[in-house]
Design a protein around this ligand. Structure first.
Ligand code: UPG
Length: 473
């Protein structure tokens, strides 16, 4: 046992996110929470990051938290002939996985020694041998919903074989013991392809995740009680480690860049009058769909803030807004809404009293931010986990989901239909119920992370476990 009482009080935790803002943001929010709970924190970072947004967030985080150690993790170059994807975020994740063995010597030099290592859901199988070799408790941070985690945890069972062999019909439901059952039509399309890099990685990681000491999820009990029970009570898979609901991870001051036009514009709008539209950090929309969204927003009669994205990676965005929208639409939008083609501080926007609704791809962070601010959503899943997240949004009363819109790029949804659904979210009879339910979700979300809330208590207990391990070193 160390003779320094101080060390016992401050477990040292290292965090390793994978590529993309959808992963980096919740990791850095978790890092901030751990600092506030008096942990010593090391964050492993990769240079260069895939997007400009990631490098900016990393530098703002370390400026705000000089006490956090930044450890640079150098990656091996990826051989393009062996890479099974052209997606830069997946290439980066693949490179992190292949370079993972370089971590052992880096982590073992840290002082004081680590109490725990928290790694991204896309890095499970390469990181487990590292934490084992260092006798370090290792935790998977699952950045999507608990419901999605139920699917992930089942990918090493017969469910995955049935998915891959095409034995399911689209109208079927998966045999995973979660309520309501997960429809086959909500499975991420890439899971259907056993040769996709995502399918391969997740199957491998699903098999190995039982060797983690725990799984952390950015969710809260009131929102996903049944999925959390299913995971924790062995209904999804026997032998899973404890699952800790620690969300919604709260947006932090360090995330805010220069307060720009969106905030100034919102200050002049009436309360609850504005629809915010964004499909997250890595979903590029096609030109035809972008223009239909524009017509839908104008047709809805509501004011709006709309973030347009034409490229997956922000560094590749070249076209000017007027080239994307065209002259006629630009004219129609004037005076009705604010359209931007750059990064905005989403959480600040969602927290502004002028914002009354959110048209979103239901990425999990966006959904949790809407929950945190009690803003009702119109979910339009584009890819990946987003239909499963939309189910959670719909079930909890946080928002609507129009199933007939399908995945992004599957069909071009017409502007008129989009406008009608925005009105439904904002002004129909059911919308007042939606407003009340979304506000209720917001209250519960804040309770969960507030003093003695379920998520705050869970995180404190976890930190106590790390302290207890240290005390017996
Ligand atoms: O202009 C922008 C755009 C995005 N964001 C933030 O970026 C994050 C985006 O995360 P998310 O809503 O989860 O969407 P994606 O960027 O698409 O995230 C990926 O990662 C998520 C977590 O695993 C998955 O749920 C998504 O499907 C996947 O696409 C959120 O914190 C947003 O607030 C901004 O602040 N400003």
């Amino acid at each position: 046992m160390s003779d320094s009482g101080d060390l016992h009080l401050h477990p040292h935790v290292a965090l390793l996110p994978s590529a993309g803002m959808g992963h980096l943001t919740p990791f850095l929010r978790l890092a901030a929470s751990l600092v506030h709970q008096k942990c010593r924190v090391t964050v492993l970072t990769i240079h260069p990051s895939v997007s400009h947004a990631e490098s900016q967030l990393i530098s703002r985080f370390f400026s705000a938290f000089p006490q956090v150690t930044q450890m640079h993790f150098p990656l091996l170059p990826v051989d393009p002939s062996t890479a099974k994807s052209e997606d830069p975020f997946w290439l980066q994740r693949d490179a992190i996985r292949r370079s993972a063995y370089l971590l052992s010597p880096l982590l073992s030099t840290l002082s004081p020694p680590l109490s725990a290592l928290i790694y991204d859901e896309f890095l499970v199988s390469p990181l487990i041998p590292i934490s084992t070799s260092l006798s370090l408790p290792g935790y998977t941070f699952f950045t999507s919903s608990a419901r999605m985690c139920c699917l992930f945890a089942s990918l090493s069972t017969s469910v995955a074989d049935k998915i891959n062999s095409g034995s399911y019909r689209l109208s079927d439901h998966l045999e995973i013991q979660v309520t309501p059952p997960i429809p086959v039509s909500s499975i991420p399309p890439l899971f259907m392809n056993p040769n996709s890099i995502l399918g391969t990685i997740l199957k491998e990681d699903s098999r190995e995740v039982i060797k983690s000491n725990g799984i952390l999820i950015n969710t809260f009990e009131m929102l996903e009680q049944d999925s959390l029970d299913a995971l924790n009570k062995g209904r999804v898979r026997k032998g899973l480690p404890p699952v800790y609901a620690i969300g919604p991870l709260e947006p932090c001051e360090f995330e805010i860049g220069e307060r720009g036009l969106p905030l100034k514009w919102l200050n002049d709008q009436p309360a609850g009058s504005v629809v915010y539209v964004s499909f997250g950090s890595r979903t590029a929309s096609i030109m035809e769909q972008i223009r239909e969204i524009g017509h839908g927003l104008v047709g809805s009669g509501y004011r709006f803030i709309w973030v347009v994205k034409t490229k997956e990676v922000d560094r590749d965005e070249e076209e000017e807004l007027h080239e994307v929208l065209g002259h006629e639409l630009m004219q129609k939008i004037q005076g009705k809404g604010l359209v931007v083609k750059h990064w905005v501080d989403q959480s600040e926007i969602l927290g502004h009293k002028a914002v009354g609704g959110f048209l979103s791809h239901s990425g999990w962070n966006s959904s949790m931010e809407a929950a945190y601010h009690g803003v009702r959503m119109l979910a339009w899943p584009q890819h990946g986990d987003q239909k499963i997240n939309a189910e959670v949004v719909e079930m909890s009363g946080l928002g609507l989901w129009v199933r007939s819109w399908g995945w992004g790029h599957e069909v071009v949804v017409k502007g008129e239909e989009i406008g009608e659904r925005i009105k439904e979210m904002m002004e129909s009879e059911s919308s007042s119920l939606l407003r009340v339910e979304a506000a209720h979700v917001g209250e519960e979300a804040r309770k969960a992370v507030g003093v003695c809330g379920s998520s705050e208590t869970t995180l404190k207990e976890l930190i106590q476990e790390w302290n207890d391990i240290k005390a017996f070193d």
